[in-house]
Every structure is written in C-alpha cells, then in structure tokens.
Design a protein around this ligand. Structure first.
Ligand SMILES: Nc1ncnc2c1ncn2[C@@H]1O[C@H](COP(=O)(O)OP(=O)(O)OP(=O)(O)O)[C@@H](O)[C@H]1O
Length: 361
C-alpha cells in the first residue's frame, strides 16, 4: 500500500505546458478522483504516475520511493481503462491469472489469488468464458480482478465506466467503491462525470487547464467551492451578480433588484462587486418575509423533486428545486415568494476566482 506524493509536476507537449506546476498528496488507502472537463490533463497526470508519459519537472513518490525514473513494470501498479483492455483470446480465469503468472508465482499461489478476485468481483461463474461472451459490466469486472490480483500498491482507473450504459454505470461504481474499501488500495480514478466522482470518491481534485482548483471531500466541494468554476462544475447553481456593501458596520449583499440581505459573515471583507452562487435547493418558498418574488415560467416534474424555472423581479432567471408534493398546483405565470438559505450560499469575487467565505477542507 502506498501514499502518492507529487511535488511540482510539469508536463509539456511540444514545449506547451499542459500541466505547469502541480502538487498533490494522495493519502494511503483513499479513492482519489481527478475530475475536470475534457482536456484538463487528468489522463496525462495518471499516465505520469503510471510511467507511460515523460515527466518534464517535479518529483513523484510512492511512500518514500521516488519513482520518476522507474520502469512502469516496476512500479507495482494495477490499471483499468475505459476499453477494458482484457485479452480477447484468453478465458476469464486466464485473464485474471495473467499478471500472476508473469510474476512467476507458484501454481498454488496463482490459483489462490485468482480464486480470491474472481469471487470478490463475482465473476467466478464465468471463469471459463471468453470476454466476447460477457457483458460490458462483466468485462470490466474481469479487468478489475486482473488489475487487483497482482496485489498492486496503487490502482489507476481511467474513465473505467464510460463504455457502460447508465444503469450499469451506477451499479459498477458501487461495486468499485465496495471493492476498493475492502482491499484498501490507494486508487486514483479519472472521470469527467461529476456525479460519478461525487458518488465514488473519498476525495476529489477538481482540475482545469492542468491546474488543481480545489481538493476536498465531495461534500466540501459542493458546499464551499473555492471558486465559481468549481461551484458550477460540481452540481448546479444559480449565479447572481450583486454588491457587497456595509451599513453601520454590517455586511449586506445587495442584489440587482435593490434588495439588501444582511450577511454578517462577510463583515471583514471590503465593499466590492460580487457573484453570488445559490444552489437550486437553497431557494425556499415562503408565504411572507421573502427575499425575492418570482414568476414561474416552466416546471419539470422529476418524481421526488420538481424543478421550477423562474424569473426574478430583477429579470434574472433562476432554477430552483423542491420536493414534489402531490397536491402542488403551480402554473406558469404564477407568482411565488422565496427566501434563500444564507448558510448555504457562496459569494465569489467579481472575476469568480475566489470564494470570499473561504474554503473548508
Ligand atoms: N500525445 C500528446 N501530444 C500532444 N498533446 C497532447 C498529447 N496527449 C494529450 N495532449 C494534450 O494535453 C492536454 C491534456 O490532455 P488529457 O488527455 O490529459 O486530458 P483529459 O483531462 O484526460 O481529457 P479527456 O477527459 O478528454 O480524456 C490536452 O490539451 C491534449 O490535447
């Protein structure tokens, strides 16, 4: 088992830095996800850890061992990719035993290890089949069993579920989570799917343009995103422009409508233009004492929740979400009153680069 430490990593392609200077520590035994939009450098970083990419700067360690110059085959890594990468001409068992045989283990140990992971991944009943006789989800289980059977120090997974259909993806991410916990292996998981990242990870690093924007538990990223990019990439949010002002020593958020909301947690911040992030579920419908009035423009019934598309009196459009009730009878054109949950909103500088409330985690 290993902690992974990356100090000042730099990656260039043809003189162009796709990862300028990245540092991160991945604690032993965690499922750590690299999350970000396409092209942000997730796969590049994963391949640097694996040893498939040159490293233009910085140091990579597994525990105290610097691995920069270590051959990929000597890093003791298990890998699972999007396209399964299992051998089509070998049976399920032979696939799982492949790495074990290469390591010249005794026959008994090969069998014992393969049995363990065939069972753990619930594919023992297919052990004599060839991959083309398996579903995508089963093939991915074989890939995972094969990766884990060699007892790697680190498991690297690059979009392992993206070839699977939606329902299976949800089942498989649960399976991966359970196996990872059971085996306790340090895992680096790459995805661009924020929901998958939230569901599976102990910790997530949100990346953009080769730079880590924030590292935290899913909950921390959702509630206290470090900047507007993270706030909009993790979950959904409404961004309203406003001003931070002081009246008699107390901070207020002034919205476009002119409404002023007392916001004492920013008492020590200077007056400035801000961008206010309010998640759809943090607008609460009230009968009086409202922060906003809004006109309903449209709604979508989603079973547990109903989403409303609203126009605020300022003209701003926002989306809110609330638990559906059977007798609900709101229609386009209706006016409603809303309060916002001030504990849960976030306030960014006018360029969206910094959360004035600070960041936990
Ligand atoms: N071999 C290469 N030569 C030149 N540029 C490359 C090479 N591989 C990747 N890049 C560039 O490096 C950047 C990061 O790519 P990378 O594949 O790491 O992104 P990613 O976040 O994994 O994206 P995706 O989710 O689409 O796989 C991109 O701009 C990409 O075009």
């Amino acid at each position: 088992m290993s902690e992974i430490i990356i100090n000042h990593a730099r990656k260039e392609y043809h003189g162009n830095a796709v990862i300028p200077d990245l540092s991160v520590t991945i604690p032993d035994g965690t499922l750590f996800t690299l999350l970000g939009p396409s092209g942000c450098g997730k796969t590049t970083l994963l391949r640097m850890i694996a040893g498939f990419n040159s490293i233009e700067g910085g140091d990579f360690y597994f525990n105290e061992n610097r691995i920069n110059d270590k051959d990929p085959s000597k890093r003791n890594i298990g890998m699972v990719f999007q396209n399964y990468a299992i051998f089509p001409h070998l049976t399920v068992r032979d696939n799982v035993e492949f790495g074990l045989k290469q390591r010249k283990l005794s026959k008994e140990d090969v069998k014992k290890n393969a049995d363990k992971y065939l069972k753990l991944m619930q594919i023992d009943e297919y052990q004599d089949r060839k991959p083309d006789q398996l579903s995508g989800g089963q093939q991915q289980r074989v890939a995972l069993a094969r990766a884990l059977a060699i007892n790697p120090d680190v498991l690297l997974m690059d979009e392992p579920l993206s070839n699977l259909d939606a329902k299976l993806r949800v089942d498989m991410r649960q399976a991966i989570r359970e196996i990872q916990r059971e085996v306790g292996i340090t895992t680096v998981y790459v995805t661009h799917d924020q929901e998958e990242a939230m569901a599976i990870s102990d910790k997530i690093a949100v990346m953009r343009d080769g730079i880590i924007q924030q590292i935290g538990q899913p909950k921390e990223l959702y509630h206290r995103p470090s900047n507007e990019f993270v706030a909009t990439f993790i979950g959904r949010t409404n961004i309203l422009e406003g001003k931070l002002i002081h009246i008699n020593g107390t901070a207020y958020l002034e919205f476009k409508s002119g409404y002023q909301l007392a916001f004492p947690s920013l008492n020590s911040e200077q007056e400035q233009n801000v961008r206010i992030s309010i998640r759809p579920e943090e607008f609460i419908r009230v009968e009086n004492d409202e922060d906003f009035t809004a006109e309903i423009q449209d709604s979508i019934y989603l079973g547990l929740n109903t989403e409303y598309f609203l126009k605020l009196e300022s003209g701003n459009r926002v989306q809110i979400s609330e638990e559906s009730t059977f007798h609900e009878n709101l229609n386009p054109g209706d006016h409603i009153k809303l309060k916002i949950n001030t504990q849960k909103i976030n306030v960014f500088t006018k360029d969206g680069a910094r959360n004035l409330l600070g960041v936990s985690g």
